[in-house]
Design a protein around this ligand. Structure first.
Ligand code: G3P
Length: 477
C-alpha cells in the first residue's frame, strides 16, 4: 500500500485536497468551490459551514478509488490555508457569524480611529501595519457581537478535523493577525489589549510542524490520523517553491497576490513569519489586494465567460495602446496602502478596443508585482511564480518584460498544498527538497521589455491619479 500525506489547501475561492507520496508525487487531487458574498460595499463574507463542507467535498473527490488509483495509506494530514480571514464559533463548535474574509474592509474606519501609538506598536511587534485586511480588527468586530472563540481558517479547520477537540493555530497564520509578537513568538499582551481581544478567545499557537491533534469523525477518513504540518497558503507556496533563502523571490497570483522573499531576521516593516520549525524563518512580503479578482472583474465587464477568454482576447493585440487599468476596487495594497483609492481605466482613445482593455488588465497584474519587487532590497535575479493565473503565457511574458528579469512559473497547480505536504513529509522523517526536481516554464525579458521604462512610468502616473493619500505618506510595504 502506498503511503501518502493528505494535503488540504483551503483558499478564498475553492478548497483542494491532494494525496502526496513521500517523493512528492501527486497521487490524486480533488477540489470544490466555496461561496463568497459581498452584502455591502467593502464587506466580504464566507459561510464557515460552507467552507468546511467544501473541504469535505474536496477530500471526498480526492479519495475516490478512481482518483487515488488504488489503496493508499494516509499517514498524515497537512494544511495550507487562506490567511487573515476570521471565524468565530461557540463552545459547541457552531459558527457565531459570517467568516470575515481577508478582503473585508468593514473595519477601516474603526482602524482609522486607533491612536498612532497602536500602529507603532503593531510595527515593532508584528512587522505589519494596522489595516482592515488583517485579523485583529475582524476579531474585534465578531467579539463585539458575540461571546465567541475566534481563529483564522487554519484554526477552524483544525477544530473541525479533530471533531471539535482542538483550538490551535499555526505560528505563520498567527503572524497575520496583528496580535502575534514575532520576536517573543507568542500572543502580545499589549496588542491583545490594544485590539480588545482576550487571550482566552484565541487558539494556542503551535510551531508549523508541531502537531495539531488527530482526525476524528471526518467522513471518509479514518480517526487518529495526525495533523502533522500547517502553513499559511502564501507561505506554503514559498516553501513549495524552494524559496528558503534570501535573494529568492516568489509571487503567488491568486485573488490577490503575495510577493515574498526570505530575510535573515525580523524587520519592522513588511515582515511576516513564513514558518516556525526549529527556528523562525522571516520573510518580507507585499500584498496586492486585487490581481486575479481584477482579471475576473474585467472579464465580466467585457462579457467574457472567464479569465482564460480575457487573456486570449488580450493576446490578440500587441499592446494596450496606452490604456492603463488600476484595479484599486478596494483601495491599493502594498506598497501604497491607500484604502481610499478607487479603480480607474485611463489612456483610452476612440481607437481603444475591448482587447486593449483586456490587455491593460493583464498588465495591471504584472505592474503591481513590479511595484513590490522594486522595493525589495538587494538584487532580484528571478521571480518564481505560482497560482492560477500563471497558466497565462501572456501574463508570464508580460511579467518578465515589465520586471526586466527571468520569471520561472511552477508547473504544478497545487504548489501551496505541495508545500504543506513537503513540510509534513519532512516532519515524518523523509528527505524532500522537491523544488530541486521540479520543472519550470521559464520566461526571459523579450522584445516587449524595450519600452519597459515608458510603460512603468505610465503606470506610476495612473496609480498617482487614483491615490487619495499623498505618496510621501507611504509606509514601507
Ligand atoms: O485564497 P488565496 O489563495 O487567494 O489566498 C488568500 C491569502 O492568503 C490572503 O492573504
Amino acid at each position: 500500500m502506498v503511503q501518502a500525506v493528505l494535503a488540504v489547501d483551503q483558499g478564498t475561492t475553492n478548497s483542494k485536497a491532494v494525496l502526496v507520496a513521500a517523493d512528492g508525487q501527486v497521487l490524486a487531487t480533488g477540489s470544490a468551490p466555496v461561496g463568497l458574498s459581498t452584502p455591502r460595499p467593502g464587506w466580504v463574507e464566507q459561510d464557515a459551514e460552507d467552507l468546511w463542507q467544501s473541504v469535505l467535498r474536496a477530500i471526498s473527490a480526492c479519495l475516490t478509488p478512481a482518483a487515488a488509483g488504488g489503496a493508499v495509506d494516509i499517514v498524515g494530514i497537512a494544511l495550507s490555508t487562506q490567511r487573515e480571514s476570521v471565524v468565530g464559533w461557540d463552545a459547541a463548535g457552531k459558527p457565531v457569524g459570517p467568516v470575515l474574509g481577508w478582503q473585508d474592509v468593514r473595519t477601516t474606519s474603526w482602524c482609522a480611529q486607533l491612536p498612532p501609538t497602536v500602529d507603532d506598536l503593531v510595527r515593532r511587534r508584528t512587522g505589519l501595519r494596522v489595516d482592515a485586511m488583517f485579523s485583529a480588527p475582524k476579531m474585534r468586530w465578531l467579539l463585539d457581537r458575540s461571546d465567541a472563540l475566534v481563529g483564522t481558517v487554519d484554526s477552524w479547520l483544525i477544530h473541525r478535523l479533530t471533531g471539535g477537540r482542538e483550538h490551535l493555530t499555526e505560528a505563520g497564520n498567527a503572524s497575520r493577525t496583528l496580535l502575534y509578537d514575532l520576536i517573543a513568538l507568542d500572543w502580545s499582551d499589549e496588542l491583545l489589549d490594544a485590539f480588545g481581544v482576550p487571550r482566552g478567545a484565541l487558539p494556542e499557537v503551535r510551531v508549523s510542524d508541531g502537531g495539531f491533534g488527530a482526525t476524528s469523525g471526518v467522513p471518509g477518513v479514518r480517526d487518529g490520523i495526525p495533523i502533522v504540518a500547517v502553513l499559511a497558503d502564501s507561505h506554503a507556496a514559498m516553501y513549495g517553491q524552494g524559496c528558503t533563502r534570501a535573494g529568492l523571490v516568489k509571487a503567488t497570483y491568486g485573488t490577490g497576490s503575495s510577493v515574498m522573499t526570505p530575510v535573515e531576521g525580523f524587520v519592522e516593516s513588511g515582515c511576516t513569519l513564513a514558518w516556525l520549525t526549529d527556528r523562525p524563518v522571516y520573510a518580507l512580503e507585499g500584498n496586492i489586494v486585487s490581481s486575479g479578482a481584477a482579471l475576473a472583474w474585467t472579464a465580466d465587464l467585457l462579457g467574457l465567460p472567464d479569465v482564460g477568454a480575457l487573456t486570449a482576447l488580450a493576446a490578440t493585440v500587441p499592446s494596450a495602446e496606452g490604456v492603463v487599468l488600476v484595479p484599486a476596487f478596494a483601495g491599493l495594497g502594498a506598497p501604497h496602502w491607500d484604502r481610499e483609492a478607487r479603480a480607474a481605466v485611463s489612456g483610452m482613445s476612440s481607437s481603444t478596443t475591448r482587447a486593449h482593455v483586456a490587455r491593460a488588465a493583464v498588465e495591471a497584474v504584472a505592474h503591481q508585482i513590479c511595484d513590490i519587487a522594486d522595493t525589495i532590497p538587494g538584487a532580484v535575479s528571478s521571480l518564481r511564480a505560482d497560482g492560477g493565473a500563471t497558466v497565462s503565457e501572456l501574463l508570464m511574458q508580460t511579467q518578465a518584460d515589465l520586471l526586466g528579469h527571468r520569471v520561472e512559473a511552477a508547473d504544478v497547480p497545487e504548489i501551496s498544498a505541495l508545500g504543506a505536504a513537503e513540510l509534513a513529509w519532512t516532519t515524518l522523517g523523509e528527505t524532500t527538497d522537491w523544488a530541486a526536481k521540479r520543472t519550470f516554464r521559464t520566461f526571459e525579458p523579450g522584445p516587449g521589455a524595450g519600452d519597459r521604462g515608458r510603460r512603468r512610468a505610465a503606470w506610476a502616473q495612473a496609480v498617482a491619479s487614483v491615490r487619495v493619500k499623498r505618496a510621501s505618506e507611504d509606509p514601507a510595504p
